[in-house]
Design a protein around this ligand. Structure first.
Ligand SMILES: C[S@@+](CC[C@H](N)C(=O)[O-])C[C@H]1O[C@@H](n2cnc3c(N)ncnc32)[C@H](O)[C@@H]1O
Length: 308
């Protein structure tokens, strides 16, 4: 599903021509990027995945009671669908829909879901959730649960996150609910290590973005000429990831080019870290009036249930 002309990706070209240059984090996820992200989730430094799973396991009875059985689970940014497996079992889901931008990786994950849940209706939707997307007509409208795990909501700045949450709210009827994973503010050393691991897997993930962009817009980035940089920006309460030019470089693509000075950066990701009460305020501003949060003993991560 990768178009062949750079005019299909004006956002990438516009971002590359900005100062500082930016590339949206959704472009991390070609098939290799999705596989690298799965490797990241197993790293000792990367606490979010295992902490979110531990919260869901520890509070399973309370979550099951709060959600009730028989919901249609709509998972955004489904990835390997692992968390949905636990959730669909816990609440005896009636229907499951995986939505993800990374087509091949999601189709493989959904094939695994279909094997594991032979009697559950399952749909796979390849879509960019920041653009226009729609659910297939066969997805029941009653008792929907939008599931957005992995702290992906942190990739958006608070106004964008509020707008995205409001769009999720619009997918839900009055009996709908949202279950969202939120990474919390914590010691900067823990955060920095999680996004700059000793084995260099996050660095490979960050650089792989350039290979993906090369294919999408016909660019000639050499990923080896870019250093991975990741750090906590306390003033903005976010991890920032960048790629930094190791030397002065000229990068060309089908419709243009740009020079980068040594040390100049491309901003590739933000990952906002919240306090629970601030995230609940964001939910309220997005149209969710009830919220309930479960956390781990260290208060590193929260799984938040919100209802219209
Ligand atoms: C951080 S990973 C989380 C994966 C999984 N949900 C988890 O919790 O481990 C983000 C996932 O969202 C997908 N994704 C990223 N940006 C997206 C977008 N704009 N639209 C749809 N999916 C997106 C990626 O392909 C990836 O599977």
């Amino acid at each position: 599903m990768e178009p062949t002309t750079s005019s299909d990706y004006p956002d990438i070209v516009t971002g590359l021509l900005q100062t500082p240059a930016t590339i949206a984090p959704k472009y991390f996820y070609d098939a290799r990027g999705s596989a690298l992200f799965e490797d990241i989730t197993r790293l000792p430094e990367y606490y979010p995945t295992r902490t979110e799973q531990a919260i869901m396991a520890a509070h399973a009875p309370a979550m099951a009671q709060a959600l009730g059985p028989g919901r249609t689970v709509i998972e955004l940014g489904a990835g390997n669908c692992h968390k949905a497996r636990a959730l669909c079992t816990l609440i005896q889901a009636r229907h499951y829909v995986a939505v993800d931008i990374s087509e091949a990786f999601m189709q493989a994950a959904v094939a695994g879901m279909r094997q594991a849940f032979a009697h559950l209706p399952i749909d796979a939707v390849v879509a960019d959730i920041t653009g226009d997307w729609a659910l297939p007509a066969q997805v029941p409208t009653a008792r929907r649960l939008v599931f957005y795990p992995g702290s992906s909501i942190g990739n958006f700045d608070p106004p964008q996150a509020q707008a995205l949450l409001a769009r999720m709210r619009a997918v839900l009827g009055p009996d709908g609910a949202l279950l969202v994973g939120v990474d919390l503010v914590k010691d900067a050393a823990v955060l920095n290590a999680a996004y700059d691991d000793a084995a260099g897997v996050t660095a490979a993930f960050n650089r792989n973005l350039l290979d993906h962009v090369n294919r999408l817009i016909g660019a000639d980035f050499d990923p080896h000429q870019w250093h991975h940089r990741a750090f906590f920006n306390a003033a903005q309460s976010r991890i920032e990831m960048h790629l930094e030019a190791a030397q002065a470089l000229e990068v060309c693509w089908r419709s243009g080019k740009r020079c980068f000075a040594q040390g100049e950066r491309i901003h590739t990701e933000n990952s906002y870290k919240y306090r629970v009460q601030d995230f609940v305020m964001l939910l309220r501003d997005a149209g969710f009036t009830q919220a309930q949060a479960w956390t781990d003993p260290r208060q590193w991560f929260a799984v938040v249930l919100a209802k219209p």
